[in-house]
Design a protein around this ligand. Sequence first.
Ligand SMILES: Nc1ncnc2c1ncn2[C@@H]1O[C@H](COP(=O)(O)OP(=O)(O)O)[C@@H](O)[C@H]1O
Ligand SMILES: [Mg+2]
Length: 358
Amino acid sequence: MGRIRVAVVYGGRSSEHGISVVSAGSVISALDPERYEVIPVGITSEGRWVLTDGDPATMRITDRAVPQVGTGEGVVLAPDPTSGGLVARDGGSALSALGAVDVVFPVLHGRFGEDGTIQGLFEMAGVPYVGPGVLASAAAMDKQVTKKLLAAEGLDGGNYVVVRRGETVLHRDIDHLGLPVFVKPARAGSSLGISKVDSFDQLAEALDEAFRHDSKVLIEAAVSGREVECGVLEDEDGKPEASLPAEIRLVRGHDWYDFEAKYLDDACEFDIPPDLPPHVIEEVRRSACRAFNALECSGLARVDFFVTPDERVLVNEVNTMPGFTPISMFPQMWAATGVDYPTLVDRLIQAALRRGAA
Ligand SMILES: Nc1ncnc2c1ncn2[C@@H]1O[C@H](COP(=O)(O)OP(=O)(O)O)[C@@H](O)[C@H]1O
Ligand SMILES: [Mg+2]
């Protein structure tokens, strides 16, 4: 049997472009070259698709700067399933080198990557792809829709208010949430556009910042609790399986898990599993699988929780293409559960192939 041709698609137009490049670098390094032929496809921040050299050495954070997709030969994935997969845009040499791919691994975070849009293209093109489909991706991208679907499943997402661009928020609209509140774009990620607001007069500025990222914003009651994440993988029967959870503990002066804490400052410590009673750990794992099903996920998801001092388990959000950098939680949680990084990417690709094209 020949090698499986995997198009690793990364970068993209979202504000998480750079993190996606770092994630893709680790995925590419982990794919066994004896079994997989990688076709690295970068999407520039303008949205241009290019063939890259996919060299993991250049796909790293250096001096606090995240890498970017640069130039390369233009390629497209035509929505026409009879067109033969990836084709060179300018009729260049790529045409012969590319052709059909067996599976796409969209290592993309945020909009136009994790939100169902590119998944729609893969469906149209008739190529199997890693991760949740159109519906689950779109639902999980939107923090309000996520909360609604989780609530329908009996999962607690905390108290919140939704504001759309142009609407005014009065004191009494958010009084019941108390202070502080978290103000966040409905559809973003990597903590971009999020502010913690301690007094009502900081609200306008926080809303402005969030509306820079989205036309819909959530104001959430701040949960005082511990942050716990749980990885979910589809097993061979298509059922969700939960990893050991992880607790994220912030050190060195970070008050919440913002962009700097996540990627730049080396400011987090992780406990896998968290120092929580076994029944709480079990509830987190069960809830992660329930959330996976509630959103109709497939392949993988990372479900993020808050656990309050009185042991309430609240779902904060669901990520359908969680970070895959070497320090990212998803691969680390699976490693602690006995699934190392190469096995993890292998399982994801196998699940995509099993599911096949739509
Ligand atoms: N309601 C909340 N209560 C307490 N902390 C929160 C709340 N919402 C967000 N945070 C903090 O902000 C971080 C980022 O928020 P999150 O909703 O996970 O957005 P993102 O999709 O950007 O990761 C969380 O990891 C947590 O540290
Ligand atoms: Mg988060």
